[in-house]
Design a protein. Structure first.
Length: 252
């Protein structure tokens, strides 16, 4: 039976004296019903994992004894998902699956056709909520590298920060339904040298109704290439999972 996993932030990670506190301690004690003598796994989200024993349960935390420490190499490729925020709870699903599929960064996008509208306070609350979804997904799937969820931003703002063109070893893609959209395999076949693979990739997924022509034009003008996800029109959340699956298979 797999051991329960809990997250300790890098700032609180001290191998010689690990302590589980806060929400993770509550989850350990009150939800998972762990007790003194139990063996669990803790990780810090930047590649380090430790097999530990619970030595004591205090009022505000659990004191841990470290048995073994292991390091998980950083993923070969850094994957960024720029996802137009869908309505309802579908963004929670996208964040969860993006974590499981190895995304390094998740950027919630507020496009012109996005139904969801967020003021600065709401945007920060959403970011914090989605970051918690990331932590829970990492705990469940064994991922030791914690993806970062950025603050929700407009498509214009995101593209402005991305810059006018892709850097060396970087692949920029935007899911598109246009006739000129090509497969990832086609783009990788053009890599120079032929056996090289990008070390960084960003893929943009639009909302229901897709990006507006102006947003698509801006993306193409900033070095993003139109990517086909096949002949069937996919829902936004399905498109994100599909795109990250293909990128992960080819690059990682």
């Amino acid at each position: 039976m797999a051991k329960s996993r809990f997250y300790i932030s890098p700032a609180d990670w001290k191998t010689e004296s690990l302590t589980l506190a806060g929400d993770e301690f509550h989850h350990c004690r009150d939800v998972m019903r762990c007790g003194v003598g139990d063996r669990v796994v803790v990780f810090n989200g930047v590649g380090t994992e430790a097999d530990v024993e619970i030595l004591s349960m205090e009022k505000n935390g659990a004191v841990l004894k470290v048995w073994t420490v292991s390091e998980t190499p950083r993923p070969v490729a850094s994957l960024t998902l720029g996802q137009a925020v869908p309505k309802g709870k579908n963004m929670d699903l996208i964040v969860q699956k993006a974590t499981e599929l190895g995304a390094s960064t998740i950027v919630p996008l507020l496009s012109e056709r996005t139904v969801v509208r967020l003021d600065p306070g709401e945007a920060q609350k959403k970011q914090e909520k989605w970051q918690r979804v990331v932590i829970e997904a990492c705990k469940q799937c064994g991922q030791n590298w914690l993806p970062e969820v950025a603050l929700p931003v407009s498509v214009d703002t995101f593209l402005g920060k991305a810059g006018p063109s892709a850097g060396k070893g970087e692949l920029r893609l935007v899911a598109a339904l246009t006739d000129d959209a090509r497969s990832l395999r086609d783009y990788l076949a053009e890599s120079e040298p032929a056996d090289s693979r990008p070390s960084k990739a960003t893929v943009l997924i639009g909302p229901e109704g897709d990006f507006t022509p102006a947003e698509m034009s801006l993306a193409l003008g900033n070095g993003f290439q139109p990517l086909t996800l096949g002949p069937i029109v996919l829902r936004s959340e399905t498109a994100a999972i599909y795109a990250l699956s293909v990128l992960g298979y080819e690059l990682m």
